[in-house]
Structures are given as structure tokens and as C-alpha cells.
Design a protein around this ligand. Structure first.
Ligand code: H79
Length: 466
């Protein structure tokens, strides 16, 4: 029985000090947490040194920009069921849950999935030309349908579709040729596997969001996942595993550790997201903010995944596209906070990537060809966000990303004049030095041309003296 409130005495604070407010206490705790460094002090994976972990994550941290691909038989209904547009605010890959589509009807999308226009090399070229360094594609989403030929089920593209080929094999090969690293999305939540059932205690869409494991069949499902992950790792040699659907009650931190260890034994260099466990900072290698950018970054490795319109899986009618300008500034914002940007495309059932996505990626690529060095291999801004844009940095160099070009032709940065060797625009191939002068102690003003070289984001590099 709880004690009556009256018997609880408030703490008395010495020397007449007032008790710190809850706000101060919380701030102190947060600050202590930040000073303590990343919360993943516990070696992950067990026994790995900090240096080995840094080496393993190096390429991924340097990459900063990747392509997410949501592709599956949900591209056949493409957001419409029985003449109804299904949930404008929700991903088309959820149509089975959102319509809902009866399981036997959903399976009939497979024989209608024939991506004859799929060209792995074209996808890879599109990603590479956009300045992306890796691709993460759905090997199995919540619907349970496998985009690769699996010996653990016939519910896959090779066995159930007229296409009969394995697109992940083609993509793996094209990525190797094109110098892009491949990763796989894999969902623990599975609406098709017989060991899982929809939650009978919930209604509608929530029945699908929270599956249950049938009595005594969890080991069978874990074995199924391991068989498939072993296929994926040993056949296609991926660099990243992006788990998802881990929020179901039957998936535990211990299950995550075991699965993570299993995958790492097969390929020690793997980078694995935090949804392998329970999405805590200490689970896996990196955090996974979805459809949002953390206000000031996170005290551990992280990657924002985001859609270009409102859906992950292709919908014919979702035309609420973010502009290329917006996406570009989001990329810069994320890099300035030390994160990665995993930007999604939802290819059509014929294997082509929707034209608005291609157009936006080409625009981002044009910017990246000029300014990519201010994104790739950079770290989070050492300064608070300036009013006019963002900063990124590299050893010995600071990048000022200017969104709002100063009307007075002067940009002031919080670095002493004596520390700046030179400043120049990345858009200037000649790298002609810009005028620089002290603007008070520890501040330098850079003289700029009257008009911005890029109306969305112009980058000024400042070489710093050691
Ligand atoms: O694959 C895409 C989506 O289909 C999938 N993730 C991206 C990458 C996705 N499925 N559901 N969601 C995204 C939104 C899920 C939200 C919630 Fe929850 C799951 C709300 C409650 C359970 C997040 C996780 C908040 C609490 C746990």
C-alpha cells in the first residue's frame, strides 16, 4: 500500500538553499550524460576496442549520405485497394494492414510483380551521381515477402513472381562494380510467417503493428531469421543491416544481442542499426531517427531516414514531394549535426524509380559534385548554428554552408583571424582567395561576392592554421 503523502517529508537543503527545480536537475543529468560521452560505453560488440569500432564505422561515418530503397509486392497495389486510396499519411508498404487486404488477396500481388525494367546498374549510378555512398534495400518488410531467393520460404520473388530472378544479387554485383556499399533492411515483424499472428486483442491496423508469437514457436521464427540473414550475408556480402519492427513485445534486448552476435560472426565488419535490439542508444551501432532530424544531433552515431514524399513504398497518387532544395538543406543540416541521411526511394512494380525522385537526386548530385567535400568525411559543427546556415568541419578546415547570402557581402565566423590561412568558395574552380579580416577578437569576416553562387546553399571553405 502506498504511504500517505503527509508522512513524506521534503528533503531539507543546507545553508538555506532552495531545492533545485526539476528542470535544473534534469539539465544537470543531461549534461552529466553528455560529458560522460556516448552512452554505449559498454563495448559493442563485446570485446571490441574503441579503435577497432572507429575503424569499422569509418566508411559509414564518412559517407554521410545513402539511399534507402523500399521495394516489394506492395508496389503492385501502389497505395490503392478496392478503388480506395489507402491512408495518405502512411507508407504504401503498410497497405496489407491499412486497407486491410486479406492475406490470400495480398499474395496475389506476387504473380503481378514483374519488374522487367529493373536495371541494377542504373539504380547504382543514380545513387552514386547523387553523392550517395551506400544503398540500403528492403530484403523483407513487415509483409514477409522476400526480395531475394530464400531457401527458407517460397514466399519470395524467385518462387512467386514471373520475374523469377533475384534483384538483390544483381544489385550486389552492380554495387561492387560501382563502388557503392550495399545494406539490407530486414523486419523482425512478419505478417506472413506462420509462427506470428495478428494481435487478437487489438483492432484494425494495430492488430498488424503488434503481432504475437504463437505458443512455443519463437525458436522456429528466430531460426528462420537466422537462415535468411545467413543467406543474405554470405551470398551478397552486405555492409549494413537495418532491422525494423522490433517494437513487438516478444522481441527482447537479449534476442537482439543474440541475433547481432550471430550476424557479426558471419561478417565482423557489419554495421547494424539499433532496431536489432529495442532501439535504445546502446543497441547496435547507430540510432535511427525516422522522418525527423534531431534538433542538435545525438551523442552517438545516428542516421535519419526520410521519405521524399509521404510514403516509403511506391504509391501512384502521393504527389506531396519535398523539393530538391529542401532535401539538400536537410542533408547539410544533418551533416552539421554529425549524422547520416538515408533518403528513400520507392521504385514502381516495373522496376523504375519514380521520376520526381530521379529529378531531385540529380539536382542534389549537381550540388554534391561541387560541394561534396563539405559533406563527405566531415564532422559535426564545432559551433552553435549560425543565423545564415550551417557549419561542417574536417581536420584543418571549416566549411560554412550559406543558406541566406548576406546582403552586406560579409560573413563572420567565430575563428580568430590569425587561425585562418585562407578562405574560398567551393563553387570557384580557381579557389581564388576571398578577402579576410579580423572582426574583433576570435572572429573573422570573409568578403563575399554580391550574389550567391548557389541560391540554395553556397559553401565557403576556410583553411585553418595548425
Ligand atoms: O520501413 C518504413 C516503415 O514502414 C517502418 N519504418 C520505416 C523505415 C515503420 N513502420 N512503422 N513505422 C515506421 C512507424 C512506427 C511507429 C510505432 Fe512505435 C511503432 C509506434 C509504436 C510502435 C516507434 C516504435 C515508437 C514506438 C515504438
Amino acid at each position: 500500500m502506498p504511504r500517505p503523502a503527509a508522512t513524506r517529508r521534503p528533503h531539507s537543503w543546507p545553508w538555506g538553499l532552495r531545492a533545485p527545480s526539476a528542470c535544473v536537475l534534469v539539465s544537470a543529468l543531461v549534461l552529466a550524460g553528455l560529458l560522460a560521452g556516448p552512452p554505449s560505453l559498454e563495448a559493442r560488440p563485446p570485446g571490441e576496442t574503441a579503435a577497432a569500432r572507429d575503424a569499422r564505422l569509418q566508411w559509414w561515418r564518412d559517407a554521410r549520405f545513402g539511399m534507402f530503397v523500399h521495394w516489394g509486392i506492395y508496389a503492385v497495389p501502389a497505395g490503392t485497394f478496392d478503388g480506395r486510396k489507402i491512408r495518405p499519411d502512411h507508407g504504401g508498404e503498410w497497405i496489407q494492414a491499412d486497407a486491410p487486404v486479406p492475406a490470400d488477396v495480398y499474395e496475389t500481388y506476387a504473380p503481378r510483380f514483374n519488374p522487367v525494367k529493373f536495371d541494377a546498374r542504373e539504380w547504382v549510378a543514380l545513387a552514386r551521381d547523387a553523392g550517395m555512398r551506400y544503398i540500403v534495400i528492403t530484403s523483407k518488410h513487415h509483409d514477409g515477402f522476400c526480395l531475394f531467393g530464400s531457401k527458407a520460404t517460397d514466399y519470395d520473388i524467385v518462387d512467386r513472381t514471373p520475374y523469377r530472378k533475384d534483384p538483390l544479387a544483381a544489385l550486389a554485383e552492380a554495387c561492387r562494380e560501382g563502388g557503392i556499399r550495399l545494406g539490407f533492411y530486414y523486419s523482425q515483424l512478419d505478417w506472413h510467417h506462420p509462427a506470428q499472428m495478428l494481435d487478437p486483442d487489438r483492432e484494425g491496423h494495430a492488430r498488424y503493428r503488434y503481432t504475437r508469437i504463437r505458443d512455443g514457436r519463437k525458436d522456429e521464427y528466430v531460426a528462420y531469421m537466422k537462415t535468411q540473414l545467413e543467406e543474405l550475408i554470405t551470398r551478397y556480402d552486405p555492409w549494413v543491416l537495418f532491422f525494423d519492427g522490433e517494437w513487438v513485445k516478444w522481441w527482447t534486448v537479449e534476442d537482439g544481442r543474440d541475433l547481432e552476435a550471430f550476424c557479426r560472426r558471419l561478417k565482423p565488419g557489419l554495421i547494424i542499426n539499433n532496431r536489432v535490439g529495442k532501439r535504445r542508444p546502446e543497441d547496435g551501432d547507430y540510432g535511427t531517427p525516422e522522418q525527423k532530424i534531431p534538433a542538435t544531433g545525438l551523442p552517438y552515431d545516428w542516421e535519419t531516414c526520410m521519405t521524399m514524399n509521404r510514403t516509403w513504398g511506391y504509391k501512384t497518387w502521393d504527389d506531396q514531394w519535398k523539393s530538391a532544395d529542401d532535401l539538400l538543406r536537410k542533408l547539410v543540416d544533418i551533416a552539421s549535426k554529425g549524422g547520416n541521411f538515408l533518403l528513400n526511394v520507392g521504385p514502381k512494380a516495373d522496376g523504375t524509380i519514380p521520376e520526381p525522385s530521379v529529378t531531385a537526386l540529380r539536382a542534389m548530385g549537381r550540388w554534391m559534385r561541387t560541394n561534396g567535400e563539405a559533406i563527405h568525411g566531415t564532422g559535426a559543427s564545432p559551433f552553435p548554428r549560425p543565423l545564415w546556415g550551417r557549419y561542417t568541419r574536417k581536420p584543418g578546415r571549416l566549411y560554412a554552408h550559406v543558406f541566406d547570402w548576406p546582403a552586406d557581402g560579409r560573413l563572420t565566423v567565430p575563428v580568430a583571424r590569425d587561425s585562418v590561412a585562407r578562405a574560398y568558395l567551393l563553387a570557384d574552380e580557381a579557389r581564388k582567395p576571398l578577402a579576410i579580416e579580423a572582426a574583433g577578437e576570435d572572429r573573422t569576416a570573409v568578403g563575399l561576392p554580391a550574389t550567391a553562387p548557389d541560391p540554395v546553399c553556397s559553401v565557403i571553405a576556410l583553411d585553418l592554421k595548425p
